[in-house]
Design a protein around this ligand. Structure first.
Ligand SMILES: Nc1ncnc2c1ncn2[C@@H]1O[C@H](COP(=O)(O)OP(=O)(O)OP(=O)(O)O)[C@@H](O)[C@H]1O
Ligand SMILES: [Mg+2]
Length: 428
């Protein structure tokens, strides 16, 4: 990646519900740095900190957090600022975590007076990518956090900040101008028709993501008799990723699994732990974990709902209620219907899947029953009369970050932030 002539040093920050992905343009080939989007608020008192010779800090972020997690009780001091891609306006702890992450990321890559390519460094041009449905206060808060961090760290860290919707960054990374991007991470799924820019009136943000597969996986663990394991988020996620399967057709997959009990692996040893889970004759439930993300309205989940398991929350958008358990295909259909008729064919043809929640793989022995995300979407949409061949980005968890770097390079320094177009640089 070449620097723009002016020597603009772009730094991109993708704030996700589970991960903060960040780094300067010179990581473009390698991919962004990643830390969990969370902070730890230590109890340690000033006095005891002085005695132990450490500086007391209000919040810890990044890899250091692990050092503080000595006991289970400490988990209550751990704060994850985002729910479904959004930080609540009044979540002061959450905003403290975001600010610390901003500081951590920028300082880690601060090159000094000269950048890696020998050109003078006068602060980063920071591209912050946020969920497309982010309310205005998130924009304002991001600007002020960067101003504060820059002032507190000597004034040469940040030059300017801009903000881009995550799905638009994906479209830029994929060089697509007319498309639908479905960006599905841990906490939210943005079904985003794009024609040069995001068609905001057609955007459908769902309160759904990989975390919903985690919830059903946790319920399955409880039903199997592992309630302790089900309580530990990290463990549940590892379990989900290694055990979950996306069925081509859920009913057929379950029938097949019951008829061929020995083909599906049912005992799982979780890497890096001493834990073993035996799914026994419930091994068919592996398919529920994948299906749930795509279609929580499948009737099989009724038995979960009637036991108090809650479906994803509804979305209220432009006066319309999108049910939380809507199938992804149905949501895509609704988003398409909200775009001008003339555009509908063109955008439906180009469906781009991105984000970790689509990252499912298919064990070779299960090719006839399990499938990958693009194929699942294709089949579901076809049933609704939409024929298209969805494409998955090559690096689903990093395409937002990559697109943000490209975007930052392209926005001219002279373009000032404009609240009506939501474009340009906000100089700090
Ligand atoms: N191989 C995999 N199989 C299943 N799920 C996976 C796999 N790899 C990653 N995931 C899931 O992807 C999610 C993280 O994706 P991503 O990094 O895109 O989310 P995020 O950016 O933190 O959140 P969001 O964009 O929703 O705010 C997690 O739920 C994770 O478990
Ligand atoms: Mg994300």
């Amino acid at each position: 990646m070449k620097l723009s002539k002016s020597g603009k040093h772009v730094f991109a920050s993708d704030f996700g519900t589970s991960f903060y992905k960040f780094g300067p343009w010179w990581l473009m080939k390698k991919g962004p740095d990643v830390v969990e989007n969370r902070g730890y608020f230590p109890k340690i008192s000033k006095v005891s900190a002085e005695i132990r010779g450490i500086t007391p800090r209000e919040v810890i972020v990044g890899p250091e957090v692990t050092e503080y997690l000595e006991s289970r009780a400490d988990l209550t001091r751990l704060h994850y600022p985002m729910r479904n891609g959004i930080v609540e306006r009044n979540d002061e702890r959450g905003w403290r975590v975001i600010k610390e992450l901003v500081r951590y990321g920028l300082k880690k890559y601060y090159p000094g007076e000269k950048a890696v390519d020998g050109t003078p460094f006068n602060g980063f041009y920071v591209v912050v990518s946020l969920a497309a449905q982010s309310p205005t206060y998130m924009f304002e808060r991001m600007f002020s956090i960067h101003e504060e961090v820059n002032a507190e760290e000597g004034g040469n860290l940040v030059r300017a900040v801009t903000i881009i919707p995550q799905p638009l960054a994906v479209a830029i990374a994929e060089r697509a101008t007319t498309c639908i991007v479905i960006e599905a991470g841990h906490g939210n799924t943005q079904i985003t028709p794009i024609s040069r820019d995001v068609i905001r009136t057609a955007l459908i943000p769902l309160n759904r993501g990989g975390s919903d597969s985690d919830r059903i996986a946790a319920q399955i663990l409880r039903d199997l008799g592992y309630p302790e394991l089900a309580r530990e988020e990290k463990f549940v996620r590892i379990f989900k990723e290694s055990v979950g399967l996306v069925p081509i057709d859920l009913d057929k997959a379950i029938k097949w699994a019951k008829e061929h009990p020995s083909v599906l692996q049912s005992v799982f040893r979780i890497p890096g732990t001493a834990v073993e889970v035996d799914m026994g004759d419930k091994v068919w439930q592996r398919f529920l974990i994948g299906e749930y993300f795509f279609n929580p309205s499948h009737e099989i989940f009724e038995s979960y709902y009637s036991r108090g398991f809650t479906p994803p929350k509804d979305t209220l958008i432009g006066g319309e209620v999108i049910p939380g358990n809507v199938s992804l295909a149905e949501a895509v259909k609704r988003a398409i219907a909200k775009t001008p008729v003339e555009l509908q064919a063109a955008i439906s043809k180009n469906l781009i899947l991105s984000g970790g929640a689509f990252n499912w793989s298919v064990p070779p022995a299960l090719k006839g029953v399990a499938t990958d995300s693009p194929t699942k979407m294709k089949l579901m949409l076809s049933k609704l009369g939409i024929e298209t061949k969805p494409k998955m980005v090559s690096d689903p968890q990093y395409s937002v970050w990559r697109g943000s770097v490209v975007y930052g390079m392209a926005v001219p320094e002279t373009l000032r932030w404009n609240w009506s177009t939501l474009e340009g640089w906000h100089y700090v």
